[in-house]
Design a protein around this ligand. Structure first.
Ligand code: GTP
Ligand code: MG
Length: 385
């Protein structure tokens, strides 16, 4: 670990050998958390700091874990339940990462449909786990298309009123919010979203960023430099509405082996899977929160995504690889019955592979509706000053 003296002036204030920086990166499904985590990790690594990342999902075979590992980062995955319901697994994963590499910075990405993270994760980390973390402000990243529809009260505003409730509760507990994807927005759209956020959450700091291009990222880093009274906005939360909102989503993780006699373009396969799913889900009027597919072969990797039913499928990380075999991991979070989702994913994978002359074998598929959140700890009383 570098000594404090050897660090550049832009190293976050307050970091020390004994107190790793802890940053929780919140935001709804597909908001840009993993893209932000990767950019943050690069920022810290470039300044000589050791970074560990904790990912989280309801089950294993998580695209984000593969993607961040392929980008060269040290990743621990908390699988099986969200951080709040699996708090002990979160702390044991942090301990394992710490024992392996003594990170200076820990970046943690919670499940995108989770809220109440201040009371169930950040406060317990400080008050129960009592690790001397250097806790940084809790920021929640917003996918503009989703945020605008909900805050304007439009129909189909983020799946349902219950799912919109989760989105708004995520913002309510945030120390600051980040309007992401500004590379795609007109200035007036940024202004409109800013105004809507200000009206609903007066006084909440709002940053604007593109996690993809890096625009606005310096201000985000500056915000994270701050230490102080952060991660303290505990709130009222109706767990019945929260549980129902989460359970509206069909959740699917799958791991697939692909083989072909002739070389095929891995990126074409990934994009075709996601495009076909977009079409078949639209035919069933099932709204997508996030579809992601990663293809892996001998150090090459590519990722395709669909972040809403209103967006196009896109190749976010091209592999440029031509392959005769590959591992493909597909994750889908869609407002549809999970069994039907499984059928549609199987069909999309088979058709996309078949069209390229490849064959596939599903090595694992897990699909379900998220269960009711039952946090290990929930600390809502005010902190003693
Ligand atoms: N144009 C654009 N795309 C972005 C930006 N940030 C993220 N994306 C894309 O949005 C998609 C989702 O990004 P992720 O970082 O995977 O989102 P996430 O919040 O981690 O998603 P979940 O883990 O599923 O909740 C990917 O295709 C990204 O490349 C951005 O600033 N601009
Ligand atoms: Mg992610």
């Amino acid at each position: 670990m570098p000594s404090a003296d050897s660090r550049s002036p832009s190293v976050p204030a307050g970091s020390s050998a004994s107190n790793p920086i802890f940053v929780l990166i919140g935001g709804f499904l597909g908001a840009g958390k993993t893209t932000t985590v990767a950019r943050l990790a690069r920022h810290y690594v470039d300044r000589g700091l050791k970074v560990a990342i904790v990912t989280n999902d309801q089950t294993n075979d998580l695209v984000d874990t593969h993607s961040l590992q392929q980008q060269g980062y040290h990743v621990g995955e908390v699988a099986g339940a969200c951080f709040c319901c699996n708090f002990n697994e979160l702390t044991s994963t942090v301990e394992k990462l710490t024992a392996e590499e003594r990170p200076d910075v820990i970046l943690a990405e919670p499940v995108g449909s989770c809220t109440d993270l201040v009371a169930t994760v950040l406060r317990p980390l400080v008050q129960v786990y009592q690790q001397p973390f250097d806790m940084r402000p809790y920021g929640v990243i917003i996918k503009p298309s989703h945020g605008l529809r909900i805050l304007k009260g439009q129909e189909k505003s983020g799946f349902s009123p219950k799912a919109a409730y989760i989105f708004e509760k995520q913002i309510e507990e945030a120390d600051f919010v980040v309007i992401n994807r500004i590379d795609e927005l007109k200035p007036e759209q940024v202004q409109e979203l800013t105004r809507l956020l200000n009206d609903k959450f007066p006084g909440r700091p709002i940053l604007r960023m593109s996690a993809r291009t890096g625009e606005g990222f310096d201000a985000y880093i500056d915000f994270l430099q701050q230490t102080g009274e952060f991660g303290r906005r505990v709130m009222e939360l109706d767990y019945d509405i929260y549980a129902d909102g989460e359970a509206e989503l069909g959740w699917l993780n799958s791991n697939i082996s692909v083989r072909s006699e002739q070389e095929i373009a891995l990126d074409d396969l990934l994009l075709s899977i996601v495009q076909r799913l977009k079409t078949s889900l639209a035919a069933e009027q099932a709204e997508t929160a996030h579809l992601k597919a990663i293809g892996l072969w001998e150090g090459f990797y590519g990722v395709a995504n669909l972040v809403s039913s209103f967006n196009d499928a896109e190749l976010s990380l091209p592999s440029h690889a031509r392959i005769k075999e590959a591992q493909v991991v597909v994750n889908a979070r869609v407002a549809i019955d999970p069994e039907r989702l499984t059928e549609l994913v199987r069909a999309a994978v088979a058709e996309a592979s078949g069209a390229l002359g490849a064959t596939t074998e599903f090595l694992s598929v897990q699909s379900f509706r998220p269960g009711r959140p039952v946090p290990t700890h929930r600390i809502t009383e005010p902190l003693a000053q």
